[in-house]
Write a protein that binds this ligand. Structure first.
Ligand code: GLC
Length: 633
């Protein structure tokens, strides 16, 4: 009888617990469809979604900065994503292995959550893996647009993906497909061109980053495994068309301009399987994009059929109100209802989670919206194999900054240069320069400064001056490596005219330009050539033959200098491989680049873009002189 003493209720409890465990997919290896890679992604998503609690769902929608991503936080809040903001690294000059240790440690915390959903780590790899010491730094997009070489840009995407994966990161907030219509915008160098057709061409970087989307999957998020990364088309939409180029401001354009200029590259990106889209800080005719349901949901998701996830920009919810963060409940409600799926919070994540949970519990935000957001996030994570390969290995570490990638960057530098003037008359071109000459002068603030030639978004968010910020070749070093061994190269950053006259130089190379900047810090109303550039040009070029190389994120006001120089080159922001500049200056390769931006005369002409009725440029869109390579001169 004792054995019979076990009561029926107790037996019922046993049955219920085991049934619940079976359904909920307990820890002990019971079969769970979502963990089965043989299942279709749609099935895996649905199986996982129906197992998730509201807390787990909102956790997936939350992206936090790495400094907050402790194992406790990752587990307690089921955080779905972590990022490195501009310049945010595990240590100064951190090695790929240190990056791997960091990302894997965070990931292991995510994998020990109840359902073991891997987190996705994102970073701004916008011209190579630019946060990471000794990564290859490619030319910024303003220079890549000049190449009009889609295959080159696809190869750059593939190289960048390998270097990003070398640090254990599977997601890059790139490409920026802004169509910059006013160079006063501090982010104009992140834009490939003022011409949307060039920007559309450059979306080839997406299959470079993610892999070629199979035809049957065209238009759906696609990332081809461990050597590729999820990409992010940004910033949707019209970020490059704000009033006077004021960053994060209002884009007041007609529907024709919006859909014919700023939108086309998003259609290409979606067709190419872009996994994510980042919403723009800017507004469209007064409506904040982060709260714009018509654009984020009705157009991007429903009309264009975007199936990946929409991520907010950094603290963009805070900036939906003025003063920022003055009504965060409204910001959360408006952005999630508008169609933001993942929020780059990235610091006040408990506040975000609490407010969103409350809005869902009060049915202000329907569970259907949450389920749509989480479905999209899971679809990307499943499609890129993150559940099967959440932990990075060291196999790609050697790819970071490897010679092959640096040679690719050097090729991109060569093709990005634009020759604006060559000789005071056609009959006496100065370029290509002779490698053999008794003595030559190299002058200017940007000749021997790796930080200047890389520009913003390099190691630090704003970039910085100096040669120790990462590994690379300055333009001066490249010149010294290129000239004949008998040629004496003298470097003087800011020589006075007496010095120049008294040294009997054969010719001079003057490298000047803008100091590094990013985002609003780069907004600029006058676009003059920063000091001491004008002085260096005057002191050198009034005394001897000179070629001036301008290192800048955009065209500048230079009309008055043109008559004084013998040759003039736009080098944009070439990145770590300055050798590409010397390759072309000395004729190992010819100049081929054509302006992808109108070179205006005065800022009072702006905005002025190719096709405008009143078009009076200093150098027109598409302009670029050519030279032929010279064999062993
Ligand atoms: C920045 C930029 C965006 C970047 C993000 C994360 O503010 O607007 O392009 O991806 O924050 O760094």
């Amino acid at each position: 009888m004792a054995r019979m003493a076990i009561s029926i209720p107790f037996l019922g409890l046993i049955f219920l617990c085991s049934f619940a465990t079976l359904i909920s997919g307990g820890r002990h290896g019971t079969y769970m469809k979502y963990k089965d890679p043989k299942q279709r992604i749609r099935v895996r998503v649905q199986d996982l979604l129906q197992r998730m609690t509201i807390e787990e769902k909102i956790g997936q929608m939350t992206q936090i900065e790495r400094v907050n991503a402790t194992q406790k936080v990752m587990r307690k809040y089921s955080i779905g994503s972590v990022l490195s903001g501009g310049g945010s690294a595990p240590a100064k000059h951190a090695s790929p292995k240190q990056w791997l240790q960091m990302t894997n440690k965070i990931q292991r915390a995510s994998l020990t959550t109840r359902l073991g959903i891997p987190m996705i780590y994102g970073i701004d790899a916008v011209h190579g893996h630019n946060n990471v010491y000794k990564a290859t730094i490619f030319p910024h997009n303003v220079g890549l647009g000049v190449t009009r070489d889609a295959y080159l840009v696809k190869r750059i995407g593939a190289a960048t993906a390998l270097e990003v994966r070398a640090t254990g990161i599977p997601y890059a907030f790139a490409p920026c497909i802004a169509v910059c219509r006013d160079p006063r915008w501090g982010r104009c160098y992140e834009s490939y061109s003022e011409d949307h057709k060039i920007v559309q061409m450059m979306t080839e970087i997406i299959p470079g980053l993610q892999g070629d989307v199979p035809s049957k999957l065209r238009g759906t998020p696609f990332v081809a495994g461990k050597t590729k990364v999820a990409a992010c088309a940004k910033h949707f939409v019209g970020d490059g068309g704000t009033v006077k180029g004021i960053n994060e401001n209002d884009t007041i354009v007609s529907s024709t301009e919006l859909y014919n200029i700023h939108m086309p590259a998003y259609k290409d990106s979606i067709a190419k399987g872009v996994a994510t889209v980042m919403a723009s800080y800017s507004s469209l005719k007064g409506v904040k994009m982060h709260g714009n349901h018509k654009m984020l949901t009705s157009y991007l998701k429903n009309k264009l059929g975007f199936k990946g996830f929409v991520i907010s920009d950094w603290q963009a919810l805070d900036k939906m109100t003025y003063p920022p963060h003055s009504n965060y409940t409204y910001s959360v409600q408006a952005s999630i209802l508008a169609g933001v799926d993942m929020v780059m919070v990235p610091y006040n994540y408990t506040e975000f989670i609490d407010i969103l949970t409350d809005l869902v519990n009060k049915k202000v935000i329907p569970m259907s919206r949450i389920n749509d957001a989480v479905r999209r996030i899971l679809r990307v994570k499943f499609s890129m194999g993150l559940f099967e390969d959440p932990i990075a290995d060291k196999s790609l570490v050697k790819k970071l900054g490897c010679k092959k990638h640096r040679e690719l960057a050097r090729e991109a530098v060569r093709k990005s240069l634009v020759l604006l003037k060559n000789g005071k008359s056609v009959r006496e071109p100065l370029l290509p320069l002779p490698k053999k000459a008794p003595k030559i002068l190299v002058a200017g603030t940007h000749a021997d400064n790796l930080g200047y030639q890389c520009g913003g978004w390099t190691i630090e968010w704003q970039g910085r001056s100096g040669n120790n910020l990462t590994a690379g070749t300055t333009i001066l070093k490249a010149i010294k490596k290129t000239v004949d061994c008998s040629t004496k190269v003298v470097f003087k950053e800011n020589p006075d005219s007496d010095y120049v006259k008294s040294h009997n130089f054969s010719y001079a190379i003057v490298v000047v330009g803008e100091l590094p900047y990013a985002e609003t810090m780069g907004d600029n109303k006058n676009l003059t050539l920063p000091k001491p550039g004008p002085e260096v040009i005057q002191n050198v070029c009034r005394s001897i033959k000179c070629v001036v190389v301008i290192v800048s994120g955009r065209p500048l006001v230079i009309e008055k200098y043109v008559p004084e120089v013998d040759a003039l080159v736009a080098a944009w922001l070439p990145g770590s491989e300055g050798q590409g500049v010397a390759d072309v200056l000395f004729g190992d390769y010819g100049f081929t680049g054509k302006l992808a931006r109108t070179w205006f005369k005065r800022v009072d002409q702006l905005p002025m873009n190719v096709g405008d009725p009143h078009y009076d440029p200093l150098f027109p869109f598409g302009f670029g002189l050519e030279t032929k390579p010279v064999s062993n001169h």
